[in-house]
Design a protein around this ligand. Structure first.
Ligand SMILES: Cc1cc2nc3c(=O)[nH]c(=O)nc-3n(C[C@H](O)[C@H](O)[C@H](O)COP(=O)(O)OP(=O)(O)OC[C@H]3O[C@@H](n4cnc5c(N)ncnc54)[C@H](O)[C@@H]3O)c2cc1C
Length: 416
């Protein structure tokens, strides 16, 4: 078997190494148009920032190293320009693995247009990373495939999927059947001293995929507030209100973001529901987390919303519902004076029971607090006192201010 790999680095270099581990007899060649067959482009931003001072630390493997360890012929500074399909259809055709390179403008692969999807512009591959030509496989940023949650085609230009796909393409090319289950788009990025992470679907993508979307937003320190170094994180859990299936999550904060993103990515891979996340037995000690991890809290809030025990509205839903709702600010009077939603009445949660007679019964009531904890209690008090149409704002005023689009009055007197 001859295996020609066009493009090195993530998918290509992984495919070459895997191919050798599968077969000691295959003839394997890698054509890389750049000077490096394997380097850590994911590390480049950290070299630019000075965190990784030496650029050479990003070089992972050389052509000589590849030859010595894997018996692979590597041709750097050599671009693949075309596949002459007629000539490759000889008695023992080589199998081609293409990384992103095959999408390059300079290339002229036969049938290339036929492979491209009209929708995402990527190469269409099956679960074995095989293109419409049975002797040509593709992997990495160039391909599109089924997103695991939405079932829609997607391109996920990330290193993890590229590496796995390269490995899978090589295995299949050499007769070892392996499937790619699809990507979730789990990613994490350092933004100065903060971190942002995400996995699965966001609210909008989930809605477009036809789910009855709910979102639980939690603002909480990543570990016990009394332990030095606690940093607030924001976690948004997206779920299907009908089935409570977890659909995705986004997180942002000073610490603990990668952990929450990865736990929820695992939940997505297992098709877990909010009830499963609420029950998760996660590691706890004050330097690391809470006895009730933000994931547990978000899942419980999602369950309360889906079951109707404590319904929630997102910032977007509140914008749609105003001005036809009665807004209750259930924080302290001091917090209200500092900033509140225009038109909201101030009824601190600790005095709510005294003011039940002042709250209109025939209208929809939406309560909010800073982050969603006190407003949840307010909803429960109101529901127990037979207010029929009550909800609270997920993530509270912190989220509303971040989302924007709602009038906020600052430094004004209390309207109770
Ligand atoms: C600065 C930067 C930071 C990133 N950080 C992250 C991160 O933190 N996390 C993450 O998951 N992803 C990250 N990514 C994305 C990740 O690097 C890519 O998703 C991954 O490298 C894609 O793998 P690939 O094999 O498809 O493409 P590549 O790794 O780009 O490899 C394709 C290779 O093909 C070669 N080539 C192109 N045309 C030809 C041709 N005609 N003939 C021969 N060779 C050719 C190219 O020179 C290239 O070396 C980052 C990307 C960049 C650029």
């Amino acid at each position: 078997m001859k295996l020609v790999i066009v493009g090195g680095v993530a998918a290509g270099a992984t495919a070459a190494a895997r191919a050798r581990r599968v077969s000691e007899n295959a003839e394997i060649a890698v054509f890389e148009r750049g000077p490096y067959v394997s380097f850590a482009n994911c590390g480049l931003p950290y070299h630019v920032s000075g965190d990784i001072p030496r650029r050479s630390d990003l070089l992972l493997q050389t052509p000589e190293g590849f030859r010595r360890r894997y018996k692979v012929d590597v041709f750097v500074d050599t671009a693949g320009m075309a596949i002459d399909r007629a000539r490759t259809a000889a008695a023992s055709p080589p199998t081609w693995c293409c990384s992103r390179s095959a999408c390059g403008r300079s290339c002229d692969w036969p049938g290339r247009r036929a492979w491209r999807s009209a929708r995402r512009g990527g190469l269409v591959v099956d679960e074995h990373m095989r293109t419409s030509d049975p002797d040509i496989y593709a992997a990495g940023d160039m391909v599109e495939f089924r997103q695991r949650i939405s079932g829609r085609t997607a391109r996920v230009p990330l290193a993890g999927p590229a590496n796995r796909q390269g490995r899978i393409a090589a295995s299949n090319a050499l007769g070892l059947p392996t499937r790619f289950a699809g990507a979730l788009g789990t990613s994490v990025v350092k933004v100065f001293d903060a971190t942002a992470g995400m996995t699965g679907l966001g609210e909008r993508a989930a809605r477009a995929a036809g789910f009855d979307v709910g979102a639980a937003i939690v603002h909480k320190d990543h570990n016990a507030s009394y332990y030095p170094g606690a940093a607030e994180l924001t976690l948004k859990l997206v779920y299907d209100r009908r089935t409570t299936r977890v659909l995705g999550a986004q997180a942002f904060g000073g610490a603990g973001i990668d952990k929450r993103s990865d736990v929820i990515a695992t939940a997505l891979a297992g098709n877990l529901a909010a009830s499963d996340l609420a029950d998760l037995d996660l590691a706890y000690a004050p330097p690391y987390s809470w006895a009730n991890d933000p994931i547990n809290v978000a899942a419980l809030a999602g369950l309360n919303d889906s079951s109707g025990f404590s319904p929630m509205v997102t910032a977007a839903e509140l914008r749609d519902q105003l001005p036809d709702v009665c807004l209750l600010d259930v924080r302290s009077r001091a917090e209200y004076r500092e900033a509140h939603l225009r038109g909201a009445a101030s009824v601190p949660v600790d005095r709510l029971r005294e003011h039940l007679g002042d709250i209109p019964r025939g209208r929809r009531i939406v309560a909010y607090c800073r982050s969603g904890l006190r407003s949840h209690l307010a909803v429960r008090i109101l529901r127990e006192h037979d207010f029929a149409d009550v909800a609270h704002v997920t993530g509270g005023l912190v989220t509303l201010e971040l989302a924007g689009g709602l009038a906020i009055d600052r430094g004004t007197e209390v309207a109770a």
